[in-house]
Design a protein around this ligand. Structure first.
Ligand code: NAD
Length: 268
């Protein structure tokens, strides 16, 4: 451990699984006090207990990121416990795939938008005042490669992640204009081996209804580096944006995708 975020207080949404869990672990290893939140009431407390055992400062709060009431409570709780918030990682998200957009229900469109976009909006709206009180910080929003380019069968997901990308830039401009010391950036993972791939419903792989998607198999040909990424490889990028090493970085997008955005398929 080199203490890259020593003394900082961080809140990570979707912290009970995949990329979020890796971010929680790395920030805590690097000296941050981390509040992990998630809608998942089973894995979240277990994860926090494991960190506590390892001597890391991680607590868990159950939170549905679409609930504004809960956002108010969670930020109040962080303020009460620690008096500050230095790093906000808006990571919670879901993916809903459909063979064709005409099969997308309005209900699913709204559910995905509520978690992926409303959740990020609420994270910023309610964390900014606490961050501003203590002279700044870093907001990191989890977008996707699908926020930079289209993906067949994932139009709704692309719409939310593209929205996150520009929302980050707009808030970065607001914070710079106010001069509040808060930097805002988005992160764009490619194909990362996490449980999300097992949760994407209905044929988003193009291989038929409810076909399970194997990220490794997908990435072997789609990613120039020839493999799926690991959650820790996204967490490393988040650590950089959370730390003072990135103090001159705001309004930008960090793409971590094994080369997918740069060149597309190069392997046969
Ligand atoms: P994951 O499914 O492993 O983790 C997502 C977490 O979000 C889960 O713990 C889940 O319980 C939580 N969550 C879902 N709905 C919630 C809600 N309403 N309130 C609070 N928490 C909620 O997925 P992951 O791959 O770790 O994804 C993390 C983020 O990275 C997501 O925003 C996802 O869109 C993005 N992403 C993932 C990939 C990838 O290939 N895995 C690629 C690009 C972007």
């Amino acid at each position: 451990m080199s203490g890259q975020v020593q003394g900082k207080v961080a809140l990570v949404t979707g912290g009970a699984s995949g990329i979020g869990a890796a971010i929680v672990e790395l920030l805590a290893q690097e000296g941050a006090t981390v509040v992990a939140t998630d809608i998942d009431e089973l894995n979240g407390p277990e994860l926090a207990a494991r960190h506590k055992k390892a001597g890391r400062n991680v607590t868990f709060l159950q939170q549905d990121v679409t609930s504004e009431e809960r956002w108010i409570e969670v930020v109040e709780e962080v303020g009460k416990r620690y008096g500050r918030l230095d790093v906000m990682v808006s990571n919670a998200g879901i993916g809903i795939g459909v063979p064709s957009i005409v099969q997308m229900t309005l209900q699913d469109w709204r559910r995905q938008t509520a978690i992926n976009l409303d959740g990020v909006f609420l994270s910023v709206k309610h964390s900014l005042p606490l961050m501003r009180k203590h002279g700044g910080g870093s907001i990191i929003m989890m977008s996707s490669l699908a926020g930079l380019r289209g993906a067949a069968n994932l139009a709704g997901y692309c719409a939310t992640k593209g929205g996150v990308r520009l929302f980050a830039k707009a808030i970065a401009m607001e914070c710079a204009q106010v001069g509040d010391g808060i930097r805002v950036n988005s992160v764009h993972p490619g194909i990362i081996d996490t449980p999300i791939w097992g949760k994407i419903p209905t044929g988003a792989s193009g291989a038929g209804q409810n076909a399970p998607i194997d990220p490794e198999e997908r990435a072997r040909f789609a990613a120039p580096l020839g493999r799926a990424g690991q959650a820790i490889e996204i967490a490393q990028g988040v650590l950089y944006l959370a730390s003072d090493a990135s103090r001159y970085v705001t309004g930008t997008e960090l793409v971590i995708d094994g080369g997918m955005f740069a060149g597309g398929v190069v392997r046969q």
